[in-house]
Design a protein around this ligand. Structure first.
Ligand SMILES: NC(=O)c1ccc[n+]([C@@H]2O[C@H](COP(=O)([O-])OP(=O)(O)OC[C@H]3O[C@@H](n4cnc5c(N)ncnc54)[C@H](O)[C@@H]3O)[C@@H](O)[C@H]2O)c1
Length: 204
């Protein structure tokens, strides 16, 4: 399956990771839809003012919204690539709660198209990508996934660790993405397409 040329990106979870990511992708010329279940956050971001405090974010977000390259909604829309950036809190018995990741994947499944790329950016335990493939296969059995078709799958799935730190998420977002793309897990094909999504193909 040939990966679709990535032009549109849907970022699910518009918090400290997702919102700067959405704004910087929009600044790089992608058509970005940001998704959050928090309606107040969606409304605020659509006004061009961030609902979170992060240096330089209002400037990048405001320009992205004004240019029409970024808008926020409450449910995912179809896109060439999806980025999952929802919370993964630690439970009282010290396990990672990935229920929000699963909820995000379920909402993406309804709008997933053949050739689509999903990048899980939420901090997740080993095995989450395989669980994601199993969940998505149940919901969209007509598609193949990288766990059973590593070289040629209809849907590309990758994990891309986020290493952003408070106060520098916007300014250094693209640089950090260059580093985290190096640790991208999953099929080689998905990694190549992550690099393309991040426009790093000429650096790799
Ligand atoms: N904040 C950081 O500096 C940082 C650094 C590295 C890794 N991470 C990881 O990145 C992930 C996201 O962290 P964050 O700090 O951006 O979280 P956050 O709490 O700031 O934002 C998460 C957003 O996701 C939304 N959300 C929750 N469930 C959703 C769903 N099903 N669909 C759509 N939106 C949904 C929430 O309303 C919230 O706005 C976590 O796994 C975290 O561990 C964060």
């Amino acid at each position: 399956m040939q990966q679709t040329k990535i032009q549109s990106v849907c970022i699910v979870g518009l918090g400290y990771v997702g919102l700067p990511t959405a704004a910087t992708f929009a600044a790089r010329g992608f058509d970005v839809v940001g998704v959050d279940i928090n309606r107040d956050a969606v409304d605020r971001n659509n006004s061009g003012r961030a609902h979170i405090v992060e240096p330089d974010l209002d400037m990048v977000l405001g320009a992205a919204v004004k240019s029409g390259k970024l808008r926020a909604v409450t449910t995912p829309e179809t896109a060439d690539a999806f980025v999952v950036a929802v919370p993964t809190p630690i439970t009282h018995d010290h396990k990672a709660d990935i229920s929000a990741v699963e909820a995000a994947l379920k909402s993406i499944a309804t709008v997933l198209k053949r050739g689509g790329l999903i990048v899980i950016e939420s901090t997740s335990p080993v095995g989450t990508t395989e669980r994601a493939a199993a969940l998505l296969r149940k919901l969209r059995p007509e598609f193949t996934f990288p766990d059973t078709h590593p070289e040629q799958s209809d849907i590309l799935l990758a994990y891309c660790r986020n290493e952003s730190c408070r106060g520098a998420r916007c300014a250094s977002s693209l640089t950090m993405r260059a580093c985290s793309a190096d640790s991208t897990d999953g099929a080689p094909h998905a990694r190549k397409n992550c690099m393309r999504l991040l426009r790093l193909d000429r650096c790799g």
